[in-house]
Ligand binder design. Sequence first.
Ligand SMILES: Cc1cc2nc3c(=O)[nH]c(=O)nc-3n(C[C@H](O)[C@H](O)[C@H](O)COP(=O)(O)O)c2cc1C
Length: 328
Amino acid sequence: MNEHLWFSADGLPGPALRECLAAATAAPSIHNTQPWLFRARGSTVEVIADMARSLVTVDPDGRELYVSVGAALFNLRVAIRAHGRQPRVAVLPDPGRPEVVARVTVGRAQAPTPEVTALAGAIDRRHTNRRPYRDRPVPATVLADLAVAGDRERATVIVADAARRSAVWALARTADNILRSDPGYRAELAAWTTSGGAGRRDGVPRDAFSPCDTNRAIPLRDFGLGNGAPTATVPFEREPTTLLVLTGGDAPADWTRAGMALERVLLSATARGLAATPLSQVVEVPRLRLLLADWANGLVLQTVLRVGYPATRARPTPRRPLEEVLLP
Ligand SMILES: Cc1cc2nc3c(=O)[nH]c(=O)nc-3n(C[C@H](O)[C@H](O)[C@H](O)COP(=O)(O)O)c2cc1C
């Protein structure tokens, strides 16, 4: 591909790189905070964590912020590969600047593999779906593919068996109750939820809020809590397929890796016709998060995912335009 499509003469991103950066911004992020910025110079892009967008109540350490930026980094990598170039990635390249999550260099030409094409094709089709899923089981081969997707990003994805699933959901319900009673949590939800009008390009819009499970078994995050929006009650699937994403450490590099693994799993799921919802309340209450660590293997929980065949499609949520996230 011609170099001028990647970098213009003044060193700013050309149309191909702009497409890749737009793909990065399609990533999921906690409360749709989109806590990322990009600085492009020549063939290198810095992926920067925008600390001003951190959620001080649910995410005081910035863990979920780094997971979100890791998801955007994964999209950027895949988009560059899908455009026929090899990304060279240094995660947290500068110890003195922890906000620089990665430095990505557009490398030599490399034809995309079918897997890369499938992942890239799923970027714009992936949306968090908080509605009920069908009671159709996800085949073991598909779940194995999702575990491999996590593995490829050096994270561990565990498909919960019945015993682990009921433990996870019980703890998730407890976590949800703890958080709901915290005025700071409700204020943060109110700040990051919107009525879905044309003005705001971040936050979770009302039409993406979840209904409440009639059986109260699946505690999806109640985004209406922050602004008093009434929550409809409907029956959800009886045995939600539950995945746990864990890493071998719990520092910014591990959180970034967890984000890349999360997005790889989500895109792999989308490519296979599955929908997903991250469920983070249990990782936002530290003492409950610890209960779901895998001590024998030295793994800590980074996120919980519910996956399944959707009964209805989810709609895209807004994103800030590239001009807002591309630093001069
Ligand atoms: C680290 C992380 C944690 C998340 N936690 C939750 C959650 O607890 N509940 C939920 O409904 N969605 C959760 N999400 C999904 C975001 O709310 C969603 O990505 C965002 O609103 C943008 O919407 P989209 O995924 O449809 O593009 C999480 C996403 C990330 C990256």
